[in-house]
Design a protein around this ligand. Structure first.
Ligand SMILES: *[C@@H]1O[C@H](CO)[C@@H](O)[C@H](O)[C@H]1NC(C)=O
Ligand SMILES: *[C@@H]1O[C@H](CO)[C@@H](O)[C@H](O)[C@H]1NC(C)=O
Ligand SMILES: *[C@@H]1O[C@H](CO)[C@@H](O)[C@H](O)[C@H]1NC(C)=O
Length: 303
């Protein structure tokens, strides 16, 4: 595979699937890509905003409350570890992943810096997209005002930036997009009759745009039907205290519990910065002594 060719891009995850079901998520202007795509749900932009009742699952408001300003921590990966990471390294070279993260100037120090210090740097290319260029962070400024009503525009412009400026095709805020999907976006994404350029609900609009480009939504569960993308925090997926809409709208009825979550999960939502460091520790450093982890083949047959 040609270096500089990116196969997949991460942007908003579950959004794409749910977008087809006519539901709108709101991401605050402070939203960061992958781990922060879902704010509380409201029933469609056009209709009245109905706040969905919730019990104990985390929301963006909760995150803001518990969020302390913390200093970034740099983890040293190498010391005393004897992990066999040859396959991970091969995959890193063979399947190149570009990740772009939507942020804004107010969130650079509060959130983006922690994304960069944890999961952000574990892909081939990481780009922070904001309304203002900041050469020292760095962020790429795209010409769209901040605010949730412009999220669609921000996503569309960000895709255009990564597909044109970076000379490879790439994707939006919390989904994984194939190279072919991005090629199609690069070719037709500025056509307003296929892809709304701003306004509406960002993930729903992006979903419609992809549909108009003939891009299909894939089944992201593993071959045991276990979930890889998670639109709540980890504890909620383990305990299952979901709001009712989730059971109605999730393609698999809103399963919960350890057995419903893939060992190769990809994303969880509502991860505050301090927990990003916890997860970094548990994922890349913590090891129950005496267990040597083997690879599992959990991929589904693709049809
Ligand atoms: C760029 O970001 C840094 C934080 O990383 C901040 O301290 C600085 O003020 C920003 N510069 C501009 C011009 O916004
Ligand atoms: C935009 O898309 C529509 C619908 O597919 C098509 O008819 C039209 O020719 C396209 N416009 C351009 C400029 O490509
Ligand atoms: C996704 O794949 C799993 C496992 O093969 C299957 O059980 C499930 O029904 C599929 N879901 C959809 C929406 O097709």
């Amino acid at each position: 595979m040609k270096t500089g060719t990116f196969n997949f891009v991460l942007g908003l995850s579950v959004g794409l699937v749910i977008a087809y079901m006519g539901i709108t998520y709101f991401a605050s202007p402070g939203t960061l890509g992958l781990s922060a795509s879902v704010k509380h749900m409201t029933i469609s932009e056009d209709g009245p905003r109905v706040e969905v009742p919730r019990d104990s699952f985390l929301t963006h408001e909760d995150l803001d409350k518990i969020q302390k300003i913390i200093r970034p921590v740099q983890f040293q990966d190498a010391h005393s570890h004897h992990d066999d990471n040859r396959e991970a390294k091969e995959l890193y070279d063979q399947i190149r992943v570009l990740r772009w993260v939507m942020t804004n100037p107010q969130n650079l120090e509060k959130k983006a810096v922690h994304v960069r210090a944890t999961w952000g740097h574990r892909c081939n290319k990481l780009i922070f997209i904001s309304s203002v260029t900041n050469d020292s962070f760095p962020t790429v400024g795209i010409d769209v005002p901040e605010g949730r009503e412009h999220l669609t525009g921000k996503t569309m412009k960000a895709f255009q930036y990564v597909s044109v400026k970076q000379e490879y095709f790439s994707g939006g805020a919390g989904y994984i997009i194939s190279k072919e999907a991005l090629k199609r976006f690069g070719a037709h994404g500025t056509n307003a009759s296929m892809c709304r350029q701003d306004g509406g609900a960002e993930d729903a609009e992006f979903g419609k745009c992809m549909q108009n480009l003939g891009v299909k939504v894939g089944n992201s569960t593993d071959r045991f039907g276990r979930s890889r993308f998670h639109c709540f925090d980890t504890a909620t997926h383990l305990m299952g205290n979901y709001p009712r809409w989730y059971h109605l709208l999730d393609a698999h009825g809103g399963q919960s519990g350890r057995a419903s979550i893939s060992d190769y999960a990809i994303s969880f939502h509502y991860v505050p910065p301090a927990r990003m460091y916890e997860l970094e520790y548990f994922t890349y450093h913590f090891r129950p002594y005496g267990i040597h982890f083997g690879n599992q083949d959990l991929n589904q047959e693709m049809t």
